[in-house]
Design a protein. Structure first.
Ligand SMILES: Cc1cc2nc3c(=O)[nH]c(=O)nc-3n(C[C@H](O)[C@H](O)[C@H](O)COP(=O)(O)O)c2cc1C
Length: 285
């Protein structure tokens, strides 16, 4: 099945599937981004996972030598930490020099960095956790917004909604394309996100459980071995402190696969689900 929409065209990718930013040291590098891009999705290098700008520059070059497919760079901005606009200055320069066509900002307001990439004709996508922040950034020249639902990992926000509410409500309030994140790990989540009005999906936990991801196997095994009915696991959604290493997506990620196998199977199953709708007469054609 062909996926051809505003997002695949904007990013120049085969599938509207994006690998999330990973700020842990040594994780959000070419080791995960290249296989994702090679498999038809969009891989992301995360600046804050590198020791310094020099190591980041080397890794961009490595990624470019390993794939002709597009990949992106994420700048995670965190209020009251060292990860402010000034921290990212050298990383911004390198990203521009290397001709990266799509950048992501996340967490705090990314418009200072985003606008500079827009002036160079690049795509700028911002990721946030609340509808309020999505509405606000959508008026600042961004090309698309990723909204992370309560089902996702990371720090929760008391104003956060579930992925379903983010997409269905966001479509009414926000004029730029929306990308769904938070708790997505299988083809049903992928198809559901598209049905809710997202132009694509953005996943962290699911890619953390792939063979290529640079964390010890025991962390991946925790994800694929996650018991859905475990009460502690289900409480993740309500907990306002950090949601832990993996998200509710762990409930549907059941084995450690290569990135290629993971994406191919997800796309194949998504196509089957959509043709089931046709067989049931739910969709014409
Ligand atoms: C180990 C780990 C590290 C992450 N680090 C960052 C980060 O530095 N910056 C960021 O914007 N998001 C970060 N995220 C969030 C992901 O990019 C993504 O938004 C989130 O995982 C989506 O929810 P999901 O895990 O349910 O797919 C991280 C996620 C994980 C699992």
């Amino acid at each position: 099945m062909k996926f051809d929409n505003v997002l695949t065209r904007m990013l120049g990718v085969q599938y509207p599937i994006i690998q999330g930013a990973f700020g842990w040291p040594g994780t959000g590098t070419s080791q995960i981004a290249v296989p994702v891009s090679e498999a038809g999705g969009l891989g992301i290098l995360t600046t804050i996972c590198y020791k310094n700008p020099e190591v980041f520059a080397e890794d961009i070059k490595r990624a470019k030598s390993m794939t002709d497919k597009p990949f992106a760079v994420n700048f995670t901005l965190m209020k009251d930490t060292k990860y402010d606009n000034a921290y990212h200055e050298e990383f911004v320069k390198i990203t521009m020099e290397e001709g990266i066509r799509t950048v992501f900002t996340s967490a705090y307001d990314g418009s200072f960095i985003g606008r500079r990439f827009k002036e160079k004709g690049c795509n700028w996508i911002h990721k946030c956790a609340t509808i309020e922040h999505a509405v606000s950034i959508s008026k600042k020249g961004v090309d698309a917004v990723v909204i992370v639902g309560l089902e996702g990992t990371g720090y929760k926000n008391p104003n956060q909604n579930t992925t379903l509410i983010n997409m269905t409500m966001g479509r009414r309030l926000i004029r730029v394309p929306l990308i769904a994140a938070g708790g997505i790990g299988d083809a049903r989540g992928f198809v559901a996100a598209l049905a809710m009005g997202a132009v694509g999906i953005y996943m962290g936990t699911s890619f953390m459980a792939t063979k290529e991801f640079n964390v010890p196997d025991k962390l991946k095994e925790k994800i694929v071995g996650q018991e859905i009915l475990d009460a502690e696991f289900r409480r993740k959604i309500y907990r306002m402190e950090h949601g832990g290493q993996h998200s509710l997506a762990a409930g549907v990620v059941t084995s450690i696969k290569s990135v290629k196998q993971y994406i191919e199977e997800m796309v194949q199953e998504a196509s089957e689900i959509m043709s089931e709708f046709k067989q049931w007469g739910m969709v014409e054609g």
